[in-house]
Design a protein around this ligand. Sequence first.
Ligand code: ADP
Ligand code: ZN
Length: 216
Amino acid sequence: MRLILLGPPGAGKGTQAQRIVEKHGIPQLSTGDMLRAAVSAGTEVGKQAKAVMDAGKLVSDDIVNAIVSERIDQADCANGFILDGYPRTLVQADSVEAMLSAKGIELSVVIELRVEDEILVGRVSGRYTCAQCGAGYHDENLKPKVEGVCDKCGSTHFKRRADDNPETVRTRLQAYYKDTSPLIGYYHAKGKLKSIDGMADIDKVTADIEAILASI
Ligand code: ADP
Ligand code: ZN
């Protein structure tokens, strides 16, 4: 099962990816995490990425794609993986297609989570994660069972992303509509797209995703 979760910041991709990981035992591939891992593992692309990052530049599509490619070759991806936050542009989507077809595999499905802008701003502004295990929470929508204590690991340390504030969210949304939302048509044309209502409550969204996964 190889899937992409697609949607604007705050749509619930990370929240749902965590649940898919737990239920299906396939890894969630986050490009940021993979970049850091490749750099510290000192792989060939990790070295290239480090040189670029040390120079204060953005890592190119080619490097990101090579890192995703290396990661997919690892044993834990044999039964599939979830891409969350990548590809972000049509150029990257083409690279992913080419990379997978060179490996003789293809995407199973692309699931789009649809959420209105005003809701997204509230979600992103209220979110935070466990500093120890990365579990995601929200000030109103998803509180830990015991206040201040992570449900999953018991840690009492949490963190917020510096760019998760209302002003920055609007800028990130514009980037999403300009650069990433064209992927909706791209995957639709390939017959890979399934769109669901991301404004339903978290369990309902999970159930809708499970129904799609059961049908592929
Ligand atoms: P993304 O990974 O798409 O940017 P997240 O999964 O981090 O989005 O979700 C953003 C915030 O919204 C989180 O705080 C999460 O707890 C909350 N959230 C996610 N899905 C829902 C939902 N269906 N209803 C209400 N809140 C949600
Ligand atoms: Zn935790």
